[in-house]
Write a protein that binds this ligand. Sequence first.
Ligand SMILES: Cc1cc2nc3c(=O)[nH]c(=O)nc-3n(C[C@H](O)[C@H](O)[C@H](O)COP(=O)(O)OP(=O)(O)OC[C@H]3O[C@@H](n4cnc5c(N)ncnc54)[C@H](O)[C@@H]3O)c2cc1C
Length: 458
Amino acid sequence: MPPDKKVVVIGAGISGLTSAYLLDKEGFDVTVLEQKDAVGGSIESYFDNGFLFDRGPNSALETTPLISKLIEELELKEQFVYANKKGNRRYILRDNQLFALPMSPPAFIKTKLFSTKAKLRLFAEPFIKRSSDGYYQSIAEFVTRRLGKEFLDYAINPFVAGVYAGNPEDLSVKSAFPKLFALEEEYGGLIVGTIRSIRKRKKRKEQSKQSAKMLSFIDGMQVLPEAIKISLGEKVNLSSPVISVKRTTEGKYGVVYSHGNQQFTILTDIVLSTAPAYKAADLFGLFDDRLRRHLNEIYYPPVLVLYLGYKTEDVGQPLDGFGFLIPSKEKKSFLGAIWSSVIFPNRAEEDKAAFTLFIGGSRNPGFADKDENDVINIARGEFEEIMKITGSPVYTSKRFWQKAIPQYTIGYVEHENYFDHFEKDNKGIFLSGNYRGGISVGDCIKNAEIVVNKIKSL
Ligand SMILES: Cc1cc2nc3c(=O)[nH]c(=O)nc-3n(C[C@H](O)[C@H](O)[C@H](O)COP(=O)(O)OP(=O)(O)OC[C@H]3O[C@@H](n4cnc5c(N)ncnc54)[C@H](O)[C@@H]3O)c2cc1C
């Protein structure tokens, strides 16, 4: 048992809640302060008119055993659901047609998604040398060098849009796709590395993102943060934005927050911030101006999530997959669409189909300055054409994220190094959340365990 140390966790997204849950189990005296009147942060599930709309993440990948541990301890087994096997099939748009992404060597040989030239190019991959400047190399340069331009355009470009709502030319391969980069570093190439690392992971009981199972909950992703909130009880304070953090003369920290019209201060040994970088900049900028600059430099592009429900009989495209992603070369107004009701139950009534479209990201942040109805109508028209839909939507909903997902851009390592440096200089302050160590829900859960271990060893 650790000494009875006080920890204030800022933010009740999945990073903050998982950390608080683990700290509580370790015997720390935990208080969570969340500015909104609900937990989950980017995770928002919304029931309306027979549809269930996950307005942020639609699913998580089971990349860490901690997820199943949480599900068991929080008694969520009846709510928990793996994605329908159809979800393994993912489509990519090319020349206005959907092609299934090949998931096996024979499927790769047969696919029409890639030209013969692009397929032959892959044979050269094991003979390509390592690069030297990983930190300053974009994922686009890395993939073009190792796998060729067509692979970048029709596999990685749409994939980066699907994960980060990002641009492969802007993202650092080492910071945004550390495992991919590590394959080159450790094994000299992607093909050899993939085979060898599968063996290693099996021993560690970890799953790679490619093979990890996709999961959610019958009532949507928000089930998980809600369950953690219930387990923590009164330790979670909603509608309680943190206004400032100060160092006190006793070597502790004073966390000032408001609730209703009043202000309160909590005296604490440890402050764990999981607020987004641009919010943490305001809270900790007074401690260190360089930290403020690093945090403020992290770019979060806007994303509009559009949710459309149709009668299934009006959808001409066979609904046998996860959905599709759109390469930027295809010049569409949206990034891709998830076939929500195909993958998870309870997303729509029996005879309806529900789809989640993503618009904008760093591929097209300018959409946010245009008329929203125009943006929606154009995306809807393109979507209906691709999906061979004949009728109008029976349900439409949307969620605009002004600052959606942090982009781990080239040179991100300088931010990462500075955050380490700041934590060393300011004992008891920890910076966490999805701008450190990965943006996926699975990574946020994994990182919660890492930061809790750091706190334990303070
Ligand atoms: C549209 C969208 C789709 C996504 N899809 C997926 C997906 O399918 N799969 C996947 O794995 N990931 C997905 N992600 C990414 C993933 O959802 C997020 O990276 C993750 O949920 C972030 O969790 P977090 O706790 O680190 O941050 P957040 O969820 O941002 O939580 C931070 C919390 O801090 C609070 N806060 C901020 N300032 C203060 C303050 N001053 N005082 C108190 N509280 C404060 C905020 O209100 C918020 O609740 C998606 C993200 C978005 C936006």
